[in-house]
Design a protein around this ligand. Structure first.
Ligand SMILES: [Zn+2]
Ligand SMILES: [Zn+2]
Length: 305
């Protein structure tokens, strides 16, 4: 199970009632953040999930509306008495940029670790977060994200019986212990069925749609994707600045067969994000105009699907 909070939904500049795009994810009490523009810590404070347990901060790219809130947030995390290391992940050049920002946040009671992406796609894990990234198409190097929580298969008593594992040993296997019978070792994974569907959450902003996206976002429970303009007529502007329209977000969601789409990263000129929502819903009906601090708990499907 994970809890998702879309901290902000603004692009370019924060507005009085709209913070800059950023996503907070919580899993078993630990948290990760994607993007941290100016004011992110204010909306985090309003949400009330705390600061101390953030183990990972990822960046899509290095435009100010996605990173300029970092030094203040690091200081706040430090004031929350964090001492464990914190990992920062993003495109190449991350460490140099953050070390520049650190000039105004020099004393932190925890170590910063860096993960810079070198390739079009990468996979890495921090804390219990398993992350995949995909290079997308913005006017600076930019990446989309996928967070997946796999789920193992169900226990199959018939498998255990077929292997001749006595019933009293089943609970030992379940605890992760290895059981030895007649010189052969048995482990929990040997008595499980096929892996079941897990959880998949994707986040992608500041990009044109790309051909790699449908496979990368495939089957996500929730895709959070930018919709800088709602009007279909603003395609030329979106192409010029390398962003996506509502309609293009919906086309991407449809092609990837995701379950639900939340729009985010609205232009400051878009005062009511719901005004043009039909342009997306005509293509992908399960589209929601994201709002600041919108939250969702995503659970494993019931009954072992
Ligand atoms: Zn942006
Ligand atoms: Zn940008």
């Amino acid at each position: 199970m994970i809890d998702v909070a879309l901290l902000g939904t603004g692009g370019m500049m924060p507005l009085p009632n709209r913070f800059l795009t950023s996503l907070l994810v919580r899993k078993k009490g630990r948290m990760m953040l994607i993007d941290c523009g100016e004011g992110t810590q204010v909306t985090m404070k309003m949400l009330g999930w705390g600061f101390k347990s953030i183990d990972l901060i990822c960046f899509t790219h290095f435009h100010a509306d996605h990173i300029s809130g970092l030094p203040g947030l690091l200081l706040t995390i430090g004031n929350a008495d964090r001492t464990e290391p914190l990992t920062l992940a993003g495109p190449k050049g991350l460490e140099k940029i953050v070390e520049g920002l650190r000039l105004i946040a020099p004393e932190l009671p925890f170590e910063l670790k860096y993960k810079e992406y070198e390739n079009e796609t990468e996979e890495f894990s921090v804390s219990s977060f398993d992350i995949k990234v995909l290079k997308v198409d913005h006017n600076v190097t930019c990446y989309g994200y996928s967070l997946e929580i796999p789920r193992s298969g169900m226990f199959m008593p018939e498998k255990a019986e077929a292997l001749g594992i006595p019933r009293p040993c089943w609970s030992l296997l379940q605890k992760g212990e290895t059981v030895e019978i007649d010189g052969k070792n048995y482990t929990w994974d040997m008595v499980l069925g096929e892996p079941r569907k897990g959880i998949k959450l994707c986040y992608c902003t500041d990009t044109r749609p790309t051909p790699d996206m449908p496979a990368f976002f495939k089957g996500a429970d929730l895709l959070i994707y930018e919709g800088i303009y709602g009007e279909n007529e603003k395609l030329d502007k979106a192409v010029l600045h390398k962003h996506s329209l509502y309609r293009e977000a919906a086309e991407t969601a449809k092609a990837a067969e995701v379950k639900e789409l939340w729009l985010t990263h609205y232009s400051p000129a878009l005062t009511d994000p719901n005004e043009f929502i039909q342009n997306a819903r005509d293509i992908f009906p399960n589209t929601v105009a994201g709002e600041d601090r919108m939250t969702r708990t995503i659970k494993f499907p019931e009954r072992g699907m």
